[in-house]
Design a protein around this ligand. Structure first.
Ligand SMILES: Nc1ncnc2c1ncn2[C@@H]1O[C@H](COP(=O)(O)OP(=O)(O)OP(=O)(O)O)[C@@H](O)[C@H]1O
Ligand SMILES: [Mg+2]
Length: 324
């Protein structure tokens, strides 16, 4: 049986007459990465703040690391780390001093605090900058320092609210590496993100928050299968094979120039096998078989109800094709 690091049932939160969370259930198994996706104002930060004891929910049953959050918030706090959406770094003091301050907050001894600060600064490639005021750090360095500060005290569950917003692609990939490393050490990560690609890259499970509720939840692949647009493509080099396949399959879109056929499909194993069996039985050999699923952007826009902005003129609603 898997142990749950985070289990929340029926989370509710309103500000005045604005309902932000309207019955949200979340479960995150230990040692996995969970991504909460949602447009601006969906309630991601609110959810993170509730789960990390920073604000209280109006209703809901929450267990973090096995502790009941309402009954024992202290025990929950002792086992978690939180990197907020907005930096907790104090710019007036150095990176090292920021780290030592965190060590103090965690009641580490002076020696232990120094050791932990030095080790984490090294791990986040901040040793050279450790003695400089944090206000002189770049956005990426501040973000790394933020995360390093979160890891003081060795939390087993960490909450990252938009950990890579504002980072350039290289810094973002570095951050992904760091997050993956944490998880391979057994840490559980709950992150929020605006980047569907990030959820796709990192998360074991993804939930899309919309109108106060979870509009969909699953692995990236499961979510992609929720919306239409998936298909299997068969490509031929032999025009005769192409013709016979096109005639026999019937319900397909033909691309005569590239000798390829497109069959609507969710890409399940069963559908794939049916096509392969059928090709075998007919003695037709395709040169290439690819499964195309809609990407998370398609899912996100379909679920949150906004129209997708075409990325290029003349190609409205173009979906990136993920060839597997
Ligand atoms: N302290 C507060 N008082 C009143 N309303 C609030 C408060 N905090 C958040 N809200 C409202 O709750 C809603 C959800 O806010 P939240 O910050 O959780 O969204 P988010 O999903 O994190 O958005 P973003 O992607 O912009 O960070 C918003 O409409 C916001 O205005
Ligand atoms: Mg937020």
């Amino acid at each position: 049986m898997t142990t749950l690091a985070i289990a929340a049932n029926g989370l509710r939160k309103s500000y005045g007459d604005k309902t932000v969370l309207d019955g949200v259930d979340l479960t995150v198994p230990e040692g996995t990465i969970f991504a909460l996706l949602g447009p601006n104002g969906a309630g991601k930060t609110t959810a993170v703040k509730i789960l990390s004891t920073l604000i209280t929910a109006d209703a809901g049953d929450i267990h973090i690391g096995g502790h009941d959050l309402t009954a024992d918030p202290q025990a929950v706090r002792a086992g978690i780390g939180v990197t907020g959406q907005f930096s907790a770094v104090d710019g007036l003091i150095t990176g090292e001093e920021n780290m030592l301050l965190m060590a103090d907050l965690h009641h580490l001894s002076k020696a232990e605090g120094r050791r932990s600060a030095a080790e984490l600064l090294e791990r986040f490639d901040l040793t050279d900058a450790a003695k400089k005021p944090a206000s002189t750090y770049s956005g990426g360095m501040k973000r790394r320092l933020d995360l390093a500060m979160t890891l003081v005290g060795n939390p087993r569950i960490i909450f990252l609210d938009e950990p890579t917003t504002g980072l350039d692609p290289r810094s973002r990939h570095n951050m992904w590496q760091i997050i993956r490393q944490l998880v391979s050490d057994g840490v559980t990560v709950f992150l929020t993100t605006q980047y569907l690609e990030e959820a796709d890259e990192l998360a074991d499970r993804i939930a899309v928050l919309h109108d106060g509720r979870i509009a969909a939840e699953g692995t990236a692949d499961e979510l992609k299968r929720l919306i239409p647009g998936g298909h299997i493509r068969l490509r031929f080099t032999d025009p005769t094979a192409y013709q016979s396949a096109a005639t026999a399959l019937g319900e397909v879109t033909r691309h005569d120039e590239s000798l390829s056929l497109q069959i609507p499909s969710g890409g399940s194993q069963r559908e794939l096998r049916a096509i392969l069996d059928w090709l075998d039985a007919s003695g037709i050999e395709a040169d290439e078989l690819t499964v195309h699923t809609p990407d998370l952007d398609d899912v996100f826009f379909a679920l949150t109800g906004s129209a997708k902005v075409p990325t290029q003129p003349n190609q409205p609603n173009q979906s990136k094709e993920n060839v597997r």
